[in-house]
Design a protein around this ligand. Sequence first.
Ligand code: BGC
Length: 719
Amino acid sequence: MADDDHIEALLARLSRTQKLALVRGAADPEGTATGYLPGVEAAGIPPFRLVDGPLGIRAEGQRATAFPASIATAATFDTDLARRQGAAMGREATALGQDALLAPGVNIIRVPQCGRNFEYLSEDPVHAGAVGAGLVDGIQSADVVATVKHFVANNQETHRTTVSAEVDERTLRELYLPPFRAAVDAGVGSVMTAYNRVNGTHMSDHERLVGDVLKGEWEFDGYVVSDWYGLESTVGAANAGMDVEMPGVAAPGAADAADSDTADDGEDFEWPDGIPDATHAGLFGDPLADAIDSGEVPAARLDDMVRRVLGQIDRFGRLDGDQTAVEDGESDDQAGELDSQRHRDIAADVAARGTVLLDNDGVLPLADGADVAVIGPNIDEPKLGGGGSSETTPVHSVTPVEGIESRAEGAVTTAFGVPQIESVSLFDLLPFVGEDDEADGSAEDTTRREPSLDDAVDAAAAADVAVVFVRDATTEARDRNTLALPGRQDELVSAVAAVNENTVVVVRSGGPVELPWREDVAAVLEQWYPGQADGDAAAAVLYGDRDPSGRLPVTFAPQSEYPTVGAERRYPGVDDEVYYDEGVFVGYRHFDDADTDPTYPFGHGHSYATFEYGDAETTGDQTVAVPVENVADRPGREVVQAYVRPPSVAGVDRPQRELAGFEAVQLDAGERRTVELALDDLAFSRYGPDAGWTVDTGAYTVEIGRSSRDIRTTASVDR
Ligand code: BGC
């Protein structure tokens, strides 16, 4: 905790103008930060820089390690690895002169085609909470403030700046709030509010959720920052508990773009859907001073805002002026570290470990000497991430072809097959960003040779194995309108599979996608967006140098089977209201309740090893233990999962099972180990609007297994 006396003494010396400069963003003179507070030089308060997040550092004009998409980190089910990734991102932020990272994003994956699922972690709150807390802990271990976002119910990009999530209290408490609570419990320094409304009230005006729940019940003592241009009001926001307005100043060129467009046709300018009004800034400037003068906002509220900001600046040593940017590659926690070998290794570790082996008829791992045809429209590009504020530009990256060529001992041939899938980006939707400023990689490469399906089929027919790389294209500010792969990729996979029975498909997607040919191919890997290590991570898993130990953090099913599909009011909403009618029955909770078989269930993922489970035992109030043995002749990594089934209570509709804990364990060939699992309270509790949290008395079955649909043993816990 911050040195309270020191902060109070500092606060007492600040004029009101100086205080106001600590709660409203300004333009960064160095131009690297996403958000900037100028500090108060006369009082020894240094400038403070906030930067995106969450797939690495997006400092303007700078390169940094491009980590895999957050959903890949989550798929590792490895909270320690999440922590190491967080620490690496924290060190890179410091090296680039930044003080706070705008990460992690922990919104529950509700809508399968949401454009930002790749930035989020899970459809399950215990899982999202545990991985998110690991990231927070890691970032802050490097003395950088973590910012958990977007609080709360920002579960779609369509109409994200206006839509109201109509969601009942139980559902908020049991599903959407817990990952934020876990971040607060992990000591997160900052919370970013969402653009959307919840039950009619804009999140930056939401006194009950921001003031009462986050700051009151959860005792969050850091600062609450708006999303960019996401502050709705001055008085409402200040009194609700908002502490910092970002970016605080209009985007350069935004007003001109809006004006000139208005001048063209005389109509009011409309910002594209999903893009906030980038002229909407300065609400915590003079208007806040006026509101304090008029008594609408208590002066004590401004002090509280400043106290919270200073508390975090002080907590991470920044009031002492000891944070300095350094040369690339140096390793020193005070000075940061950028694009070092250990950061490259962590990015590669997450990419490989987060890879999910969805299906395998035995073709994988590949024989070292196999002749391989590498096929796909984007095999010459790494899949770094999705579009938007998380786009990171790496120093070094490996394409799928490069990764396989450097690992293969047999012949490697290549073919694109079908036209390239173009990336999509929020930045292409901004009316005030010039063409020169567009994000790297979004423009079509006109120097590529023409793709030919026949060439791909010929290459596949002549090789021992055909490896087809396919991808989707997603971005912040836009949802996809389908779960089908874009372009002619399904046609390509089917054509290749028809001539080579050893066809392996490597999918790169931001969330669930439909794989209609999956029964016609020999193996399917899900790699999410693997980041800069792309081709190396793919090769490491394909050849068995690494066990594909990722597990699905989100259910894969045909689009029509998700609970948000079919009724417009559930998604994308009617008259700017989206009704969470499915309540807590999201993800596997829905598929269990509907009693349908998804394509691949939550928690699913094969290993190259084979694991046998012994009998589970209850070892305490809150713990179970299970012996797990690797009976294969190769090492492997198992993710042991525990789900709780509640006793039935008349009149209470609960999910059949809820994830209560998980533990990843690396086992050598023949090794047997007893794995102890801690069970989260959340899986035992239910929330009622009147009674609050209740744990029903009775016997709870703890199901332990390889996925939510592959239970190997059970234990019983009484409450
Ligand atoms: C996004 C945030 C991001 C911010 C700053 C917003 O559009 O929703 O996640 O941190 O921009 O780039």
